[in-house]
Design a protein around this ligand. Structure first.
Ligand SMILES: C[S@@+](CC[C@H](N)C(=O)[O-])C[C@H]1O[C@@H](n2cnc3c(N)ncnc32)[C@H](O)[C@@H]1O
Length: 309
């Protein structure tokens, strides 16, 4: 396979350890990606079943080519916020482990929808182009203040005000914003050494907003906790503080036990080998009581504190 179409799984050994896998159990991999974790899990639970979800149709079609090698994986091109659809289709009412490895995979950078600031593409940024509006359309609809807030809150970007002003100015002039429009704006405001990090922050912010990522994560976690069997484990790897804060807030509930306390982070050796793993944090919970996912979603303690729409 083309090197660009591969993804190095983050904290693989740690995730497999904390998932505490056994033969013949049911496991959800909510973010299957290229199966870096999923294939290893499937191998260890045989003849049990791995339910895989992957939202990006590009990644889904690539990884689907490998699925026939595994008789115990059922993969769906579906977001975890719609986990109930997969469970209905399978006729299943529970699983014993749930795993989320959030964020993007290196493969999505190649999906042609503007995920990489290094390529000149239409600024779409949707994981699933059948779901919602592309970023260039949303940016046209936002006013400058709203866009500034998105860059500041979702990207923790200090120059959010001026970047928002410049993006809005260009979006008024062109029909369809491209990645290079945004990249040029950020480059013009930063020293060459700081540019890549600044673009990563801006891309993160626009991607989170376009995909409604924090709200979907809330739904996905609530649904996963509903279907997880009592005694089962939930393992989540996050890549930025907004996601981690949401996952961490599960500690407030007595239906789960937080078994790691402080999050697990990658070893120095892993960070050297795979710098992308640098910001990863893994939290592990055991479900100890029944969960009503509707009431969990209504509970203010599990609300999304960063809601911008
Ligand atoms: C960090 S990658 C997972 C990598 C995978 N564990 C591996 O090692 O190959 C996250 C994946 O989640 C997918 N994704 C993003 N949002 C999603 C959602 N709402 N539901 C399901 N998958 C989603 C992305 O397309 C990406 O492939």
């Amino acid at each position: 396979m083309d090197k660009a179409l591969t993804h190095i799984p983050v904290m693989l050994e740690e995730a497999l350890w904390f998932l505490d896998l056994k033969e013949d159990i049911f496991v959800l991999d909510a973010t299957f990606g290229m199966g870096g974790h999923g294939f290893q899990i499937a191998e260890r639970i045989k003849p049990g079943l791995l339910i895989g979800l992957e939202k990006d149709p590009f990644t889904y079609s690539l990884v689907s080519q490998k699925i026939p090698l595994f008789s115990n994986i059922r993969l769906f091109n579906l977001g975890y916020e719609k986990l109930d659809i997969a469970m209905l289709k399978l006729g299943l009412s529970y699983f014993d482990r749930a795993f989320f490895d959030l964020g993007i995979s290196s493969v999505s950078l190649e999906n042609g929808r503007g995920f990489s600031y290094k390529k000149d593409e239409v600024l779409d940024l949707r994981f699933d182009p059948r779901d919602g509006k592309p970023a260039y359309e949303l940016i046209k609809e936002l006013d400058e203040k709203e866009l500034e807030r998105i860059l500041r809150i979702y990207g923790e970007e200090k120059k959010s005000k001026i970047i928002a002003r410049k993006i809005k100015a260009i979006s008024r002039k062109v029909d369809v914003l491209r990645t290079t429009h945004i990249a040029n704006i950020v480059d013009s405001l930063y020293h060459p050494k700081m540019r890549d990090r600044a673009k990563a922050r801006v891309w993160q912010a626009l991607r989170i907003y376009t995909n409604n990522e924090l709200e979907n994560l809330r739904k996905g976690l609530a649904l996963a906790l509903r279907y997880l069997s009592v005694g089962g484990r939930l393992v989540v790897i996050t890549f930025h503080s907004l996601e981690d804060r949401m996952v961490k807030s599960l500690r407030l509930y007595d239906f789960v036990e937080d078994i790691t306390g402080k999050p697990i982070t990658p070893s120095e050796e892993e960070i050297k080998r795979n710098p992308r793993s640098r910001s990863a944090k893994m939290r592990v919970f055991v479900k100890v009581g029944e969960v009503n996912h509707h009431s969990l979603l209504r509970d203010r303690r599990f609300a999304n504190p960063f809601k911008v729409r």
